[in-house]
Design a protein around this ligand. Structure first.
Ligand code: PEP
Length: 253
């Protein structure tokens, strides 16, 4: 089974409407149309509708950085997955900033994954251990728990549409990053857990990407890791030139 490489830029709470539009204009000019890499950016919620009219989805797709899991109702300030349908292809769920700053629980994350799938969006489920958990040697258990909790109640068919982003919390925005040579162990834990829950075929179909202080300098090392299907990039994705350079490194054709 061939899995398409996925390069995702998470802009977080950066880039105004005007800046985002200029960025995408540049990106679409610079990026060659190639079929071997899927390029996705996640701008702020407010800009998505307008950007969705600007983008050429053959070149770049959009992701939301979050969504709410109910489809409508009295939930002031929330944006449901049902309203994102048609505007974005992906939605990032369970980013560590949402887990730790906004106190999202496993239940919230599980419901959001289900809401994304119900509304035909592909969830990018972020998982990863904190520095403390890493020191205690609990990485395996943390990842297993986050997978079990995040993917409860979904079917083996639905798992095909899920992307798992391994983002060790200590590596996000810190300049410290997981050694590419250490990722094999983590990939094994993730695919074993998916096999356990959904079977071998599902585990081979699901894409797993890495995120945490990826830069132009270290991207190639990650892209060479067997079984890793791409990257989730925060800081370095804010610069269209750097992001484009990383995408170019991912092209194999
Ligand atoms: C992220 O926010 O998902 C991320 C990986 O950030 P950075 O690349 O800046 O570490």
């Amino acid at each position: 089974m061939t899995r398409k490489t996925l390069i995702i830029g998470n802009w977080k709470m950066n880039l105004t409407m005007h800046e985002a539009s200029l960025y995408l204009h540049k990106l679409m000019e610079q990026l060659p149309v190639r079929r071997d890499v899927e390029v996705v950016v996640a701008p702020t919620m407010l800009t998505l509708q307008s950007l969705s009219l600007q983008i050429k989805r053959r070149i770049v797709k959009l992701a939301a950085q979050n969504c709410y899991w109910r489809d409508h109702g009295p939930y002031t300030g929330e944006v449901p997955a049902s309203h994102l349908h048609g505007m974005v292809d992906y939605v990032i769920i369970g980013h560590s900033e949402r887990r730790h700053i906004f106190m999202e629980s496993d239940k919230d994350i599980r419901f959001k994954v289900q809401a994304a799938l119900r509304n035909r969006l592909q969830p990018i489920l972020c998982i990863g251990e904190t520095a403390h958990e890493r020191t205690l040697g609990e990485t395996r258990e943390v990842l297993q728990d986050q997978i079990v909790n995040g993917l409860a109640n979904i079917t083996a068919e639905e798992i095909d549409h899920v992307v798992i982003a391994y983002e060790p919390v200590w590596a996000i925005g810190s300049g410290e990053y997981a050694q590419p040579s250490d990722l094999a162990k983590v990939l094994k834990v993730i695919r074993q857990q998916i096999t356990h829950l959904f079977g071998k075929e599902a585990a081979e179909a699901v894409r797993v990407v890495y995120g945490g202080s990826v830069s132009v300098d270290n991207a190639s090392d990650y892209l060479a890791v067997a079984g890793l299907d791409g990257l989730l990039i925060g800081g370095a994705s804010l610069d269209a030139y750097q992001f484009t350079e990383i995408v170019k490194k991912a092209h194999k054709e």
